[in-house]
Design a protein around this ligand. Structure first.
Ligand SMILES: *[C@@H]1O[C@H](CO)[C@@H](O)[C@H](O)[C@H]1NC(C)=O
Ligand SMILES: *[C@@H]1O[C@H](CO)[C@@H](O)[C@H](O)[C@H]1NC(C)=O
Length: 409
């Protein structure tokens, strides 16, 4: 009798367990595991191509070294004692929102160490948080990696593919090349060192005769993380495969223009349209110098690779790169000139990155300005830059012209 009763209880318990599992599965688990037509989320694309506004300007906000961790629970480094208790990654987020609001850039460029891997428990979560203000704004944004981004749960390739799939991102893991010379179809070029080498075109102002062509080229390069050379730890460097790709892209743009200029017979045009480059780790020449005409603060040793792979030489021979924007050394924020090419630091942006207490976090703005022809806008005439401080009123300072087509002759 007893055993029959026990058996019935066991059976009832078994049925109850199965029923509970079934309810859990249908109500909670399976809806999370399966996607249905409504749940598929497509990437939101910005309106492309990038182009100058009808007022003749194109503005880029450079954000260097956000060093984002886990958001609200990640404390600030190197702030005043009085600031420490109320300072987290959210201050970095707030600063970015304010910069976007005041400058209304046409493109936001993140030059690496966007997340500080060792403080980021889940790389994907941190990426969503760090880029949130850019995504909310709907402004196209581009990122490269620093030496710390991959220290969390994703490697460099995973990071770049994730970043390139985020809303309004114009970042790419690999450069695009044409499938063949007379095809419009593009494919990723994967036989290149690093992840996050790509270029973006900025087209002329609407209604101008340059409205359908790239007149400002933006190059993005992966400067890697760390390396060991002859048993000694150093930073990585930009490799020959990347430089060779760069030379090819630059040549293609310039070839296109020499031809167009002749055929259109418009005389005071520059044959060569300018380009800007963005990457994370400085090149050795910045340390070795002499770097000239410094505007801004040079307060720390330049942390670069012990290997000189000829980046400056390549830029000089290409001829189109007028200014290069880097990060990595948070307490340097200067622009200096090396053999006619400007190298500018963004200055540390993020509160979880090292800095100097009482020396506000900062950001750089870069503006291309078109030359004015008799009736319409011409090609790029000037490249200007300035910075702003996160000091409560976003003080603007160190404004300078990096390139002026009229001072070339
Ligand atoms: C960080 O943000 C909090 C809250 O808005 C603010 O009270 C604090 O002053 C900020 N700290 C710094 C260093 O900007
Ligand atoms: C640019 O392209 C558009 C659309 O294809 C065309 O209507 C326009 O005439 C072009 N403008 C110039 C200046 O080539």
């Amino acid at each position: 009798m007893e055993s029959a009763r026990q058996w019935i209880y066991s059976l009832l318990f078994f049925i109850f367990t199965i029923a509970t599992l079934h309810v859990l599965d249908t109500l909670i688990i399976s809806t999370r595991l399966t996607t249905n037509y409504q749940n598929i989320k497509l990437k939101k694309h910005p309106h492309l191509p990038l182009r100058f506004r009808s007022d003749g300007t194109f503005k880029i906000l450079q954000v260097a070294d956000m060093h984002y961790g886990n958001g609200m629970v990640t404390r600030c480094r190197d702030v005043l004692e009085s600031e420490f208790n109320y300072c987290t990654d959210l201050n970095t987020t707030h600063f970015l929102r304010k910069m976007i609001q005041i400058e209304k850039p046409d493109l936001i460029v993140f030059t690496g160490d966007n997340i500080f891997g060792t403080s980021a428990t889940d790389a994907a979560e941190s990426l969503f948080e760090v880029f949130a203000p850019a995504i909310e704004s709907g402004i196209p944004w581009a990122a490269v990696l620093g030496n710390h981004d991959q220290e969390s749960t994703m490697n460099r390739e995973e990071l770049m593919s994730f970043i390139s799939l985020m809303d309004y991102s114009v970042s790419q893991t690999f450069p695009s090349t044409k499938v063949n010379s007379d095809s419009k179809e593009q494919q990723p070029m994967t036989n290149i060192d690093g992840f996050g080498n790509y270029n973006l075109e900025v087209w002329g102002a609407p209604g101008s005769y340059l409205s359908n062509s790239s007149i400002l080229n933006l190059y993005f390069l992966d400067s890697g993380d760390r390396a060991i050379v002859h048993g000694v730890r150093t930073y990585n460097w930009i490799r020959e495969s990347q430089l060779s790709w760069l030379r090819g892209v630059s040549k293609r743009f310039q070839g296109q223009w020499k031809y167009d200029d002749q055929s259109m017979d418009i005389s005071p045009l520059p044959v060569m349209h300018p380009a800007l480059a963005f990457f994370h780790i400085p090149i050795p020449e910045i340390r070795q110098g002499p770097i000239k005409d410094i505007v801004g603060t040079y307060r720390e040793y330049v942390a670069c690779s012990s290997i000189n792979s000829g980046v400056l030489k390549t830029f000089i021979s290409m001829g189109d790169v007028k200014a290069v924007f880097i990060g990595h050394d948070h307490t340097n924020d200067f622009c200096g000139n090396l053999e006619g090419i400007w190298f500018c630091y963004g200055g540390g942006f993020g509160y979880h990155g090292y800095g100097v207490a009482g020396w506000p976090r900062r950001a750089r703005v870069i503006q291309g300005e078109l030359g004015k022809g008799k009736e319409a806008w011409m090609g790029v005439g000037k490249i200007r830059t300035w910075k702003r401080l996160d000091d409560g009123v976003l003080t603007k300072f160190d404004e300078q012209v990096l390139w002026d087509i009229h001072s070339l002759r």
